[in-house]
Design a protein. Structure first.
Ligand code: ATP
Length: 368
């Protein structure tokens, strides 16, 4: 549909967002966050189709057709972390909807309890390829591989010498790499920050697979002369990320490294409770905190909702509610700047609900 620019401000069209509250401690952060989104009075309908344990209890299937249809008919999904029952829905959001770029921003904010002496100025985004690499689920017995008589001139050990055990396939495709690397370069342009793109993977030891990822990045970099480009082997990158995190702007990497490095990046800020995430495809996107379900603190009202609130802001941004996304981020940042209502992971003794209420209050005081 072509949008006509008339100069007249048209009312925003209604959006639909599917909400999955998730497992263990996830509902404790999802429910107050969705309440806050609802209180913002935006033209968004939030739908909670039965998914996960509730759906199993009702019909024996954790991801029924109605839930899939609700996702297909929605503008985005807001997903609480899952420890099992709603995994089928997560796999659909990821591989079914081909959400290939997992964006994990890492922005230090005054008040975060960083372990670093000088965290000011940390502002980078990790872009993790979200569908390939070692996450294909292609695993099995080594004997199955031996039967294929595979040969590689790079092999350090002949397959025939491997004793019984298991294998996992790591695949880096040209198309999969190209789309996420291009996405990352575009982000570096859009962010309008340091305009730097860093690529990292293990291209020395895995010179064929990760070597391809680097080769594609080297080639695409030539199309972006306005973006400073560098690359590091992933172990070197990790050290640099800890020693000089302020150097980085946008960093793109294959799936497994992205999973690990982004948790490490959250650690630089002050922990997993602070790390938001969004997964973007050509036609769909979903948003969830980078952390898991935190089962060890479930039911204690201490889980930090910041990652979920900031993921909600990414959702608003995606739905083109730009100023409201900024307002939500500002409200979270003001609660940290005041430093009176902090959850235990940030050195405070307030509960999840206290923190969410404080953000809600900030939003009502400063709605703009
Ligand atoms: P996954 O494999 O799904 O990423 P995980 O096993 O790595 O999950 P998490 O659920 O992410 O584990 O939790 C790791 C640790 O971080 C736990 O001790 C958990 O309590 C803590 N944690 C995670 N999220 C938060 C949060 N929002 N607030 C406070 N602590 C958190």
């Amino acid at each position: 549909m072509t949008r006509i620019q008339t100069g007249v401000r048209l009312p925003m069209e209604n959006k639909t967002v599917v909400v999955v509250d998730g497992d263990d401690a996830s509902p404790e952060v999802m429910i107050p966050t969705v309440n806050i989104l609802e209180s913002m009075g935006l033209p968004i309908t939030f739908q909670r189709p039965l998914i996960g344990q509730q759906a199993i209890d009702v019909g024996g299937n954790g991801f029924p057709d109605e839930a899939r249809k609700a996702i297909d008919n929605s503008d985005a999904t807001f997903f609480g972390s899952t420890s099992g029952a709603s995994t089928a829905a997560l796999f659909y959001l990821r591989w079914g909807k081909q959400t290939y770029a997992n964006v994990r921003p890492c922005l230090w904010t005054p008040g975060y309890k960083s372990p670093l002496a000088n965290p000011a100025g940390i502002d980078f985004t990790i872009i993790r390829e979200n569908l390939e690499d070692l996450y294909l689920g292609l695993e099995g017995d080594i004997e199955e591989l031996q039967a294929l008589n595979l040969y590689s001139k790079h092999a350090r050990t002949p397959l025939s010498d491997l004793s019984p055990g298991k294998y996992a396939v790591k695949a880096i495709t040209e198309a999969g790499s190209e789309r996420v690397i291009r996405f990352a370069f575009e982000q570096a342009r859009k962010r309008n920050a340091k305009k730097r793109l860093t690529v990292t993977c293990k291209y020395n030891m895995l010179s064929t697979s990760d070597g391809l990822f680097l080769e594609i990045a080297n080639s695409i970099a030539k199309e972006y002369p306005d973006i400073e480009y560098d690359h590091y082997i992933v172990d070197d990158f990790l050290c640099r990320m800890i020693v000089n995190p302020q150097h980085f702007d946008v960093i793109v990497m294959p799936n497994l490294y992205g999973d690990i490095m982004s948790d490490g990046a959250a650690g630089l800020l002050g922990g997993l409770g602070l790390a938001p995430s969004g997964c973007y495809g050509q036609d769909y996107a979903y948003f969830e905190s980078a952390h898991g379900t935190a089962p060890d603190i479930a039911g204690k009202n201490v889980i930090n909702p910041t990652a979920t609130l900031l993921s909600a802001a990414m959702l608003l941004e995606h739905l083109s509610f730009h100023s409201q996304a900024k307002n939500l981020v500002n409200a979270v940042q003001r609660v940290y700047a005041t430093g009176k209502v902090l959850t235990p992971d940030q050195g405070g003794n307030s509960g999840t609900t206290d923190f969410s209420d404080a953000v809600s209050e900030e939003l009502s005081i400063h709605p703009e």
